[in-house]
Ligand binder design. Structure first.
Ligand code: HEM
Ligand SMILES: [Cu+2]
Length: 664
């Protein structure tokens, strides 16, 4: 039934396994084929296409925009807190308002900004970098985006009602138990976390399968960009870690509403169980929100240094190692809880060890700058500042891995300083650099350089003025999560400086958003490869067509666009203009997991509004659970079930075609 998947005689996949069956190769792309591709891949017009799109590029950009909206909301919350703390005995906020603000700030930044923004970049970049036409499961991809939006709304509707989560982003019990916190606040947290967890789990599974199956032929695992390693590692970790926190939240919800005693010491429960389950998830999560960002630096920085990354293999391995070790350090968040000292020593040592893989990336970046010919572009400035901020945040982190120091520093502003150096330093600075770097690809327009230097100056200066002195406040003993402090404590001046820095920093971010807007409206045209980048996304037009690649290219090295300067004449070269055409409908190529041998032709699903409907149907389900209205919840569940039936309804066209065309 199937035709043969031909390949050029002189092109070899890493381990050539002989011909596979499928579709013909094209060397000159007929205009007629491009028209057919566009027709197959472009969304339906109007609202249906808008809500139903499964295009990874659109979903990626929407993820990024939504995450920036949450960054803005979380940032405003932070500024209100900083205004309150600018002088002693201030009464802009009362203690309960302050509690809700720092909790929602933490939850927003960690869960609704830091990971989703990276999922957005990965979503956008993965298929383009891997030489594919979409993610492995486009509809799941849309589902994970809509679930993110809807669960974010779920978490936030409680805020104007004054019932937002108020027990910090890690929501310790017994503070979060019904006894001490009787309102709906903590139920919002528990159910919101479970809700959002579905989105993350779905997205993570999609990344893992995409990496294994959706690459261009020849793009073996040791040829993928580092950001792919970062997101892959983060996704695998999320799949392992999210069940812990979802379960922890479900149990707390039971304790609070149905009288179970999982965490209730009076009923034979164990409050520390919450901390274990939370940090088993939470520590891997803090790596999940930095490893893909470190990947962006590893891929972006070398372009501006005009040389390949130093130590690719080491950096890729360090990425994975960080996460593996990262699963064995959660107790360092619990040093002060009175655990047995043998356990403390082990986890302290493991936390020291984790500095090694992190240092590998840092040294690789420094060596890349050192041996390259750097251009002082805006992305270069942001990516290099990541190195500096990472070192500061890393050093304060290693300090708290020491038991003796941690017992002094825990719950002080030292920790607040540390966590912002790591999260803003490695996540936000890398993200802004990445926007400058990939915005031309996404929109076809350049961002303004001069404005970019201002953005960088305000952000970098403001950030350090805001957060460096916090170390001092911590060492002087100022506790975190207090809504005010006395005038006699001597914290006043430093806090004022911190607030001025925070406002400057926020101004930098505001200017950044403004310059995105300006560039979108009137930026200079970018062309396909404005930075002279080496990876596949730069081989296609900016912005890319709906189908990404007119032909799925054939890859022979890690830097397909730099082969003229990196490879000798007689070495095999990648072929970007010729490859698998696959233009009979919405098709792309599936490859073997390790060596990226052409394997199957995949029929890809068209746009569908089921993902958005399914996400919205979970709103009454979780809302009913929150309000303890079983009928409400049952209606949501029934709707979700009906939508799932429609989703899984066998699709005769896809199936028949697939049987006819697939051959393994
Ligand atoms: C304008 C920028 C920012 C400022 C001025 C700021 C300021 C603050 C302040 C004042 C607190 C509360 C300290 C306390 O009372 O304990 C806080 C906590 C926190 N911030 Fe930020 N922040 C900013 C951005 C970020 C970003 C971008 C992230 C993450 C990506 C982040 C993550 C957190 C976390 C996780 C907490 C701990 C919340 C908790 O104690 O439960 N912040 N921040
Ligand atoms: Cu940790």
């Amino acid at each position: 039934m199937s035709t043969t998947l031909d390949r050029p005689a002189d092109w070899k996949a890493p381990q050539d396994a002989g011909p596979v069956d499928g579709a013909p190769l094209a060397s000159v792309i007929p205009a007629e084929a491009e028209r057919r591709l566009a027709e197959a891949w472009e969304d339906s017009p109007g609202l249906r296409g808008w809500f139903g799109t499964v295009d990874h590029k659109k979903i990626g950009i929407r993820y990024i925009i939504t995450a920036f909206v949450f960054l803005t909301i979380g940032g405003v919350e932070a500024l209100v807190m900083r205004l309150q703390l600018a002088q002693p005995n201030n009464n802009l906020l009362n203690p309960e308002q302050y509690n809700q603000l720092f909790s929602m700030h933490g939850v927003t930044m960690i869960f609704l900004y830091a990971l989703p923004i990276l999922s957005g970049f990965s979503n956008y970049l993965w298929p383009l970098m891997l030489g594919s036409r979409d993610m492995a499961y486009p509809r799941l991809n849309a589902l994970s985006f809509w679930l993110y939006v809807v669960s974010g709304i779920f978490l936030y509707v409680s805020f104007p009602l004054g019932a937002a989560p108020n027990d910090g982003w890690f929501n310790y019990v017994p503070n979060g138990s019904a006894e001490y916190d009787p309102g709906p606040n903590i139920d919002v947290y528990c159910l919101g976390m479970i809700f959002l967890g579905i989105s993350t789990a779905v997205g993570s599974a999609n990344f893992v399968v995409t990496l294994l199956r959706m690459r261009a032929p020849g793009m073996s695992l040791n040829r993928v960009p580092i950001i792919i390693w970062g997101t892959l590692t983060a996704s695998a970790a999320n799949l392992l870690a999210i069940p812990a926190v979802s379960l922890a939240c479900l149990m707390l919800w039971f304790d609070r509403n149905f009288g179970t005693h999982f965490y209730d010491i009076g009923g034979g429960g164990q409050p520390l169980l919450w901390q274990h389950l939370f940090w088993m998830f939470g520590h891997p999560w803090v790596y999940a929100v930095v490893l893909p960002a470190m990947g962006m630096v590893s891929d972006g920085l070398p372009v501006h240094c005009r040389r390949p990354l130093v130590g690719y293999t080491l950096v890729a391995m360090a990425t994975v190692t960080t996460m593996v070790v990262g699963f064995g350090v959660w107790l360092h968040h619990m040093f002060a809880t009175g655990l047995p000292s043998l356990a403390l020593s082990f986890f302290s040592a493991a936390s020291f060890v984790i500095a090694i893989p992190s240092a590998i990336s840092v040294f690789a970046w420094i060596a890349t700058i050192w041996t390259g010919r750097a251009r002082l572009t805006v992305p270069f400035l942001f990516f290099t500042s990541v190195i500096l901020l990472f070192v500061i945040g890393g050093v304060s982190g290693v300090m708290t891995a020491s038991l003796a120091l941690d017992w002094q520093l825990t719950d002080t502003y030292f920790i607040v300083a540390h966590l912002h150096y790591v999260l803003i330093g490695i996540n936000l600075f890398a993200v802004v650099g990445a926007v400058y770097h990939w915005f031309p690809k996404m929109t076809g327009r350049m961002m303004n350089e001069r404005l970019g230097y201002w953005v960088f100056g305000l952000m970098f200066g403001g950030f350090n003025v805001a957060f460096l002195p916090m170390h001092l406040l911590g060492l002087e003993g100022m506790p975190r999560r207090v809504y005010t402090y006395g005038a006699d404590m001597g914290f006043g001046t430093t806090n004022l400086v911190v607030t001025v820095g925070a406002i400057t920093f926020a101004g930098g971010i505001g200017l950044f958003f403004l310059s995105i807007l300006l560039a979108r409206l009137s930026g200079r045209p970018a062309g396909p490869n404005p930075w002279d980048g080496p990876s596949l996304e730069w081989s296609i037009p900016s912005p890319p067509p709906a189908y990404n690649f007119a032909v799925i290219p054939l890859i022979a090295s890690r830097h397909p666009l730099w082969e003229d300067r990196l490879l000798a004449e007689d070495q095999p070269h990648s072929r970007l203009a010729e490859g698998y055409l696959l233009d009979e409908g919405k098709e792309t190529l599936g490859v073997t997991p390790l060596d990226a041998e052409p394997d199957v032709i995949l029929k890809m699903p068209g746009d569908s509004i089921l993902p958005v409907l399914l996400s919205v149907s979970l709103l009454p389900l979780f809302g009913g659970m929150l309000l303890l209205k079983p009928w409400f919840a049952a209606a949501g569940a029934a709707a979700a079930f009906a939508i799932l039936i429609a989703w899984f309804w066998p699709h005769p066209v896809l199936q028949r075609e697939e049987q006819a065309r697939m051959y393994v």
